[in-house]
Design a protein around this ligand. Sequence first.
Ligand code: GLY
Length: 356
Amino acid sequence: MPDVTERCSVAVIGGGVIGSTVAWTLAEAGHRVTLYTDRAVEQSTTWVAGGMLAPWSEAWPGDSGLLDLSLASMRAWPGFAARLEQDEHRVITARGSLAVAADEGDVADLHRVMAWLEARGEPVAPLSRREARALEPGLAAGLRPVFQVQDELAVDNRATLLALRELAVRAGATIEQRRISSLASLPQDQVVVAAGPWTSELLPALRVRPVKGEIMRLARRSFSAPPPRRIVRGWVRGRHVYLVPRPDGMVVGATQHEAGFDTTVTAGGVRDLLADAEAVFPGVADYAITDMSAGLRPVTPDNIPLIGRVDDRTLVAAGHGRNGMLLAPLTGSAILAELDGQPLAEAAAAHPRRFA
Ligand code: GLY
């Protein structure tokens, strides 16, 4: 193992929320960082995201490793957001979330999730119809509310990414827009691969695959019902939809398809998103559609990201699946700790050598 406790030159490959957080964290700690990104900020997967920090309502029974990792990062988010918001950027757009179901099967599924979370002592609270209507009057009348989580957050993913890039540059990082196809050609002492689903092109031994998600942005018009004030997570006849508030509307996402690297927004995807959003929040029909896009979630075989050292020169920070925004602060700290030769205990479950 090289002596990496000295501050060194580091190449970070990937300019999404993970690469940008890593670049900022390392530059602030005194490393000489170059962030390589092959695309404009508007073309990154982070630009497409919904911006939910929802470790509990996105959890699945049995996925304790991912939930523990998510909670460790969630604890870091208030301080992280405060740093991002120091300047003009407004990052946090809503607090709290409601989980609601459309039919009996959805209710049963959500109850299983809630029972598992309650057994772990997590802060989920049962939600009655009356409470839900008082909190969010725009919810559909026939819905079955199941639980709420007060501590979940929604963030503006685009403001977050712009703030991270700015802070990284201010801390001394350089950003170069070019595609890197070989790690060997890079001049830096250390390399961090944060290339999302393209990570496997650079590190073929690591398996990260793309899972497509289509998503829409909707703007309120003068006569539309106001957008929800909390994240609404709907389970609608076996499909999932989320409504994430923005000051002037909402983000509605997201489909989930194994479609390789295809990012076409399909008619079927839009139809499903709108149908499910309307089943949860009928007023959505009056909103203007301002953006439809598709992103590629980087997913690993066990849904836990890859964060840590691969060899003497190479580290990885990839495979964050549905949780890139949420896991960014922990990932930045974990990569810095690895470079300092003192791996973070909270990130141990994400070590890339677990598949070796
Ligand atoms: N975290 C939401 C999504 O991946 O669609």
